[in-house]
Design a binder for this molecule. Structure first.
Ligand SMILES: Nc1ncnc2c1ncn2[C@@H]1O[C@H](COP(=O)(O)OP(=O)(O)OP(=O)(O)O)[C@@H](O)[C@H]1O
Ligand SMILES: [Mg+2]
Length: 260
């Protein structure tokens, strides 16, 4: 995908005494075919930034640029193209899947939205291909979400996210609801998809192992401010900002004392 850039973005929810400054002057760049990790404590503005990168959350100040073009100036066609080329994988696959639609219907839905003129057979073929890419058996086509395992549901969310052949995908805590054994395999699938489809990812996560598995670079977010940006290997080894140090050592402490 063309490079995706945020320039000095600000976003406040609410007004007056209830105002929450969720994002305060954040700049970031996601290079084509690469993964940018977005880390920070709960409430630091990660999901808000994810939605902003998709043009799904209006901003107060700053710019979203795709391929050097200002999102705010997109005409109807360019906007439709941008929507086709971007998507999101959510933490809770249940939220991404309609409980009343079969797996096949859920995976096909984005094609109905973005490619309404495709013939039904062609749609089915593309949806089955996306399922195969996500390592999900197309034989599950007629199953409902409650008839799938957590891992299968997450793969369905991934198949849905890639069925339109996007170039940029936001992964918002993509493995947080999965147990460790499934997590590793889902990460492998996401990396494989990145290679095969040339995807760029914005990876939102609390899990440093997930960052290590996917991200080349990271942005560390603290109360809506990007306090540190850089190559993940460097940040992990030699964090510059006090908050990054706290964040990394908190994770290590939890590991040591808690879940092993
Ligand atoms: N639609 C909204 N209306 C009002 N406030 C919101 C809205 N969405 C988010 N916020 C607030 O903005 C701040 C950032 O929220 P955000 O969801 O981006 O955090 P996050 O880093 O994704 O947190 P988590 O790790 O818990 O998912 C929080 O204070 C949150 O309460
Ligand atoms: Mg979030």
């Amino acid at each position: 995908m063309s490079r995706l850039v945020l320039e000095e973005v600000h976003k406040t929810y609410g007004r007056g005494r209830n105002a929450v400054e969720a994002v305060r002057g954040v700049s970031l760049t996601v290079e084509p075919g690469t993964t940018l990790g977005l880390i920070g404590e709960s409430g630091s503005g990660k999901s808000t930034l994810g939605r902003i990168c998709l043009g799904a959350e209006p901003i107060d100040r700053g710019r979203l640029l795709a391929g050097g073009e200002d999102f705010a100036r997109f005409g109807r066609e360019r906007l439709a193209e941008f929507r086709r080329k971007t998507s999101i994988v959510l933490q809770e696959p249940e939220l991404a899947l309609n409980p009343r639609r079969t797996l096949g219907q859920s995976v096909t839905e984005p094609l109905e939205v973005h490619f309404p003129r495709l013939a039904p057979a062609e749609r089915r073929e593309r949806a089955e291909h996306a399922m195969e890419l996500a390592h999900l058996d197309p034989g599950l086509w007629d199953r409902y979400p409650r008839e799938l395992s957590g891992g299968q549901q997450q793969r369905a969310g991934i198949a849905r996210a890639v069925v339109t052949e996007p170039e940029f995908v936001v992964l918002d805590e993509p493995t947080a609801s999965l147990d460790l054994s499934v997590r590793g395999r889902i990460l492998d699938t996401m990396r494989e998809l990145q290679d095969r489809l040339g995807l760029s990812y914005l990876l939102i996560t609390h899990d440093m192992a997930t960052v290590s598995a996917l991200a080349e670079r990271v942005v560390v977010l603290y109360k809506g401010v990007a306090v540190e940006t850089g190559e993940w290997r460097r940040v992990r080894r030699d964090p510059e900002h006090e908050y990054t140090r706290t964040l990394l050592s908190a994770v290590l402490t939890v590991r040591r004392h808690g879940r092993g």
